[in-house]
Design a protein around this ligand. Structure first.
Ligand SMILES: NC(=O)c1ccc[n+]([C@@H]2O[C@H](COP(=O)([O-])OP(=O)(O)OC[C@H]3O[C@@H](n4cnc5c(N)ncnc54)[C@H](O)[C@@H]3O)[C@@H](O)[C@H]2O)c1
Length: 420
């Protein structure tokens, strides 16, 4: 693995996805795929899992493909059973507990949708690849550097097995983003010199501890407030915008140098705010800022300045010369990502987004580690240099600990402080 990959190879996967998006009509796709049958299963039957399953059904309908839901797995019995009732999963194929995912892997699903808390992603994706399943996996795909590298490795095995892996970074399937990426990569705004990426919003939820809950149940329920479960919100939410920066610029950041802090959160151990300078090399820096504080200015998006134009939701050439983009599929990107997934399987041309989403996740993790430690974190530290203190910087408890039942929840409202 190289520190910076070549622009051509980096953009290649995007162009391939774009070609999938742009080069056919839905009617043709329907004619080719119509009548095909898929067996699907869901691991992580929460808000997004239910939404992703619905989106999968919508995509299958567009393609005329029949879907049978043959399995549901969740940490909690009620969540697995509720999904089972809604999606007609046989009662004896609804599983719960730390090893529920294994029962899905042993079943006959062709494809698994994985939408648990992010810390479980590498373990579950490895098991799905091992079991020969096609995969839709929600972002982020890891919470620490070893986890992101595990996803890359699983993605490589999936390639050899001809399996498709699509990630929940839906902007990569969204018409306006695909058009902008195409126009930027074709040079409409020249070379990108700098940018800003934002996720400024509020804490998504707090699910306070109940007296009857075990430590494990509490952490799984309230995962969005715990860094070892979510990666912290720079990873859990802001990964979308960091992904766009790396996609548009055409390479991964060389380093992250950031800070952050906490003053208002009411639960867990995460920061309220992060401010990170991502150095993309060649003089290009991107300022990433994310905040979860209600009542403050909200903004989610990206902006870039180039030698011959700028981007702020739309590409603008300073010379006024616009580059035409192919006709990308329009509609709900949450359904289109599944459309691309199903179509890639039917066409026998596997789409594999494991590496791109793992890279974006890794960049976000670098930002978090930098803010927590007060140190600069280099791409080489987390990807290449086994002697770096950050290379094996793994969170605890791990996904494996949850399955074994070795969980002691840390104290609420204690967050990292960079050492003096
Ligand atoms: N792409 C997007 O725009 C988008 C939007 C929202 C959420 N997400 C992502 O989707 C994922 C899920 O988020 P959510 O909002 O649905 O959270 P949620 O808490 O509503 O759902 C997560 C579900 O996973 C279950 N679960 C947790 N650990 C499990 C395990 N080991 N085995 C089986 N089930 C387990 C939980 O019990 C819960 O039902 C997260 O990674 C989140 O970042 C993506």
């Amino acid at each position: 693995m190289t520190d910076t990959i070549s622009r051509r190879s980096f953009i290649g996967s995007t162009v391939a996805a774009g070609a999938v998006a742009g080069s056919f009509s839905i009617l043709n796709a329907h004619a080719q795929a119509g009548g095909k049958k898929f067996k699907a299963a869901l691991i992580g039957c929460g808000g997004r899992g239910n939404g992703a399953a619905q989106n999968f059904n919508e995509a299958a309908k567009m393609l005329g493909v029949d879907v049978t839901w043959v399995g549901a797995a969740d940490w909690f019995e009620a969540s697995a059973k509720n999904f089972g009732t809604k999606f007609a999963v046989p009662a004896d194929k609804c599983f719960w507990g730390g090893d529920a995912y294994r029962k899905i892997m042993a079943g006959d699903a062709d494809i698994v949708l994985i939408a648990t808390a992010p810390n479980f992603r590498p373990l579950h994706v490895e098991a799905a690849v091992e079991a020969g399943k096609h995969i839709f996996m929600e972002k982020p795909v890891a919470v620490d550097p070893p986890g992101a590298r595990r996803i890359i490795a699983a993605g490589e095995i999936a390639k050899k097995k001809g399996l498709s892996i699509v990630a929940g970074t839906q902007r990569r399937h969204q018409k306006n983003y695909l058009e902008s990426a195409h126009r930027i990569h074709e040079g409409e705004m020249g070379k990108i010199l700098n940018g800003q990426v934002y996720w400024l919003g509020s804490v998504p939820w707090v699910r306070p501890r109940k007296p009857e809950q075990s430590d494990a149940d509490y952490l799984v329920k309230n995962w969005v407030n715990w860094a070892m479960m979510s990666g912290d919100h720079i990873c859990e939410q802001h990964v979308h915008n960091i992904d766009v920066a790396s996609w548009f610029i055409g390479r991964n950041p060389l380093s992250a140098n950031g800070f952050g802090g906490r003053s208002r959160r009411e639960s867990g151990d995460q920061f309220d705010v992060f401010s990170v300078d991502f150095d993309y090399g060649e003089g290009c820096h991107v300022h990433s800022m994310c905040r979860q504080n209600k009542g403050c200015y909200s903004r989610v998006g990206e902006a870039f300045a180039g030698t011959e134009g700028h981007y702020d939701g739309r590409v603008k050439s300073h010379s006024g010369t616009a580059i035409a983009a192919p006709e990308f599929m329009s509609g709900n990107p949450y359904a289109i990502e599944h459309f691309h997934l199903i179509k890639s399987i039917i066409d026998g041309k596997p789409l594999n987004e494991a590496e791109t989403v793992a890279h974006a996740t890794m960049a976000a993790i670098m930002g978090r580690i930098s803010a927590y430690t007060g140190q600069i974190v280099r791409w080489s530290d987390v990807m290449l240099n086994e002697k770096s203190r950050f290379y094996n910087d793994a969170v605890t408890p791990s996904a494996e600990d949850f399955e074994l039942g070795n969980i002691v929840a840390p104290e609420d409202n204690v967050c990292p402080i960079p050492p003096g």
